[in-house]
Design a protein around this ligand. Structure first.
Ligand SMILES: NCc1[nH]cc(CCC(=O)O)c1CC(=O)O
Length: 327
């Protein structure tokens, strides 16, 4: 396995999509700053980019990530940038999660025709999303508020999905705020969905910077340099969220939402809160719970909070709601 040349350019493995290129470009600039070395983007095609199947069908876990990880393991690139929500919870021993930079807005948003907000969608409105998590929560909200919508499974990149609204095939699509903001289309949002209506995917809005966990001095130096981009608060929060996901034994295409945040009393941060949801895609059943604990001082403590909430959710029947793909 070749380690980076100390003098030469660092190679950043990235997917080709507009979103991936935008987030890799940002990280490349930041890594150049902390290492003083140029960063070269190496484009890699993943299974998730070429397969036309619905993510819920292909199982989801790792479809956008595996090819990037293989390139890292083969020494073809020095580090990779992933959307954290696409990263499987199991961390291979040969790779290190070097940094989780500060998270952007974790919310899901609606891009609807005619500036419509979710509550103003007409009877029978067609709302595009391929995500079982979004379907479950939107359908549950609609049921409890006397709205009748139809969720329509779609996939494709952000431009394709917004295109279904612009060409009149759908009334609205649901997307992550962070993705829209990174590709410069946040202005097209017509409704920011509150997290108590739709809990985001574990890790949504955060990036993951991964490199080899080699035991050479060069590998250690790169890991140390990349870790300067880590935001410990974001990392603590997403660690709790991903621990919940792992303890539910659910993959990234399972109908699981999770969000950790800090509860403050005035200026003083008191506790970390972790909220979680799992439900059936038709929205007829949701298990939605929240727990709080001391602000974690170690990642083990953050993981314990996730496991604790998972145990409570499982006791309330969460396992039965996740379907056969929940492995
Ligand atoms: N599954 C695709 C994906 N992976 C990350 C994002 C958005 C950016 C993020 O959550 O960090 C998206 C698009 C979307 O859900 O709208």
């Amino acid at each position: 396995m070749s380690e980076p040349h100390v003098q030469g350019a660092l190679r950043l493995g990235t997917r080709r999509s507009k979103l991936a290129m935008a987030q890799s470009g940002q990280v490349a600039d930041a890594v150049s700053q902390v290492t003083g070395r140029p960063v070269e983007l190496v484009e890699i095609t993943t299974y998730g980019d070429t397969s036309r199947e619905h993510l819920a069908q292909i199982g989801g876990t790792g479809v956008f990530v595996t090819a990037l990880r293989d390139a890292l393991l083969r020494g073809e690139v020095d580090f990779a940038v992933h959307s954290l929500k696409d990263l499987p919870t199991a961390q291979p021993d040969e790779l290190a999660l070097a940094a989780v930079p500060k998270r952007e807005d974790p919310r899901d948003v609606l891009v609807a025709r005619d500036g419509l907000r979710f509550c103003d969608l007409p009877e029978g409105a067609r709302v595009g999303t391929g995500s079982p998590r979004r379907m479950a929560q939107l359908n549950a909200y609609a049921r409890s508020h006397g709205l009748r919508i139809e969720t329509v499974p779609i996939r494709g990149n952000i431009d394709t999905r917004i295109g279904y609204v612009r060409n009149g095939q759908l009334d609205a699509v649901v997307l992550a705020a962070a993705g829209l903001s990174r590709i410069g289309r946040i202005d097209e949002v017509t409704d920011f969905l509150p997290v108590d209506m739709v809990l985001p995917a574990p890790g949504q809005g955060a990036l993951a910077i991964e490199c080899r966990a080699g035991n050479t001095a060069e590998a250690a130096a790169l890991l140390a340099a990349l870790s300067e981009l880590d935001d410990p608060h974001t990392r603590g929060a997403v660690t709790a969220e991903r621990s919940l996901l792992a303890a539910l034994e659910a993959g990234c295409s399972a109908p699981v939402g999770a969000l950790a945040d800090l509860l403050a009393d005035g200026q003083i941060v008191k506790e970390m809160r972790l909220r979680g949801v799992v439900g059936t895609t038709d929205g007829s059943t949701l298990v939605q719970l929240s727990t709080t604990g001391p602000v974690p001082e170690t990642y083990d403590q953050a993981m314990a909070l996730g496991r604790e909430l998972a145990a409570e959710m499982l006791a309330k029947g969460a396992a039965g709601l996740m379907g056969e793909r929940a492995h």
